[in-house]
Design a protein around this ligand. Structure first.
Ligand SMILES: Cc1cc2nc3c(=O)[nH]c(=O)nc-3n(C[C@H](O)[C@H](O)[C@H](O)COP(=O)(O)O)c2cc1C
Length: 234
């Protein structure tokens, strides 16, 4: 067969035939984006939720863990926020990564469940002290009369935990407890789509699907079926 002219070559493309499962490729993309330093927020992903009336809502969160073997991603937030309530009500979410500089997009749709308390504690304590204070001070998604109120609340939190300005400015190796309303969610993938941008909109695109047990318990990986792969028109 004649080789493809350069114009139809991509820097990267999905193998043909497609790999049996998507997560190793996605894991490699995520690791590559984190190390490439070509994008300021390689962990950023759009998180879509729907409320109980089916109204969609989307915002950015940071992907703080990717389990390549089991096929899940983790993010952290306020459980009382708009997204937190929607996730708890429906148990469903979709996320989308876009690494523009790498010409890659990845989508995951599936079922969400809280991370274990231990996972949330460990990640909470790894955050900068000021961010941990912020998690106490911010009643995320609720109305706020002024920014001063938020700053006052943050100062109150700092005082309640006996923090000094040096603590707040420093490396933050002081422990404060995690608020009950703050923690992680794990999204178990039922569908993954990988997209590699191509010239002339001749992108390379494929979707993997698998069955997933619908009732997921915190800390217990759900039963997962085998992946099936489908190449898609871009
Ligand atoms: C780059 C970036 C990263 C963000 N990361 C998070 C995050 O990890 N967790 C979070 O709760 N909000 C994060 N936010 C803020 C959310 O986008 C959103 O404004 C907030 O969570 C409130 O959303 P909600 O009212 O729909 O619940 C981030 C925003 C940006 C722009």
């Amino acid at each position: 067969m004649k080789s493809k002219p350069d114009v139809f070559r991509r820097p990267e493309s999905l193998p043909d035939p497609l790999p049996g499962e998507p997560m190793p490729t996605l894991g490699a993309w995520f690791a590559g984006a984190r190390s490439a330093e070509v994008t300021p927020n390689p962990e950023a992903m759009s998180l879509a939720t729907v409320d109980e009336a089916g109204m969609p809502s989307v915002r950015i969160v940071l992907c703080k863990g990717m389990d390549v073997e089991g096929g899940s991603v983790v993010f952290f937030t306020n459980y009382n926020s708009v997204k937190g309530r929607a996730l708890e009500a429906t148990g469903r979410a979709a996320v989308c990564f876009h690494w523009d500089a790498l010409n890659l997009q990845a989508r995951i749709e599936g079922l969400v469940v809280r991370t274990t308390r231990d996972e949330s504690d460990v990640y909470f304590q790894s955050r900068r002290l000021i961010s941990r204070v912020g998690a106490w001070a911010s009643w995320q998604s609720e109305a706020l009369d002024s920014n001063d109120t938020l700053m006052e609340r943050a100062m109150e939190v700092a005082m309640r935990f006996g923090l000094t300005l040096d603590d707040l400015d420093g490396a933050g190796d002081v422990e404060i407890p995690r608020p009950e309303h703050w923690g992680g969610f794990r999204l178990w993938a039922r569908r993954v789509e990988l997209w590699v941008g191509g010239d002339g909109r001749l992108h390379d695109r494929a979707r993997w699907e698998r069955a997933l047990e619908s009732e997921i318990e915190v800390g217990v990986p759900p039963e997962r079926g085998a992946w099936s792969a489908t190449r898609l028109n871009p």
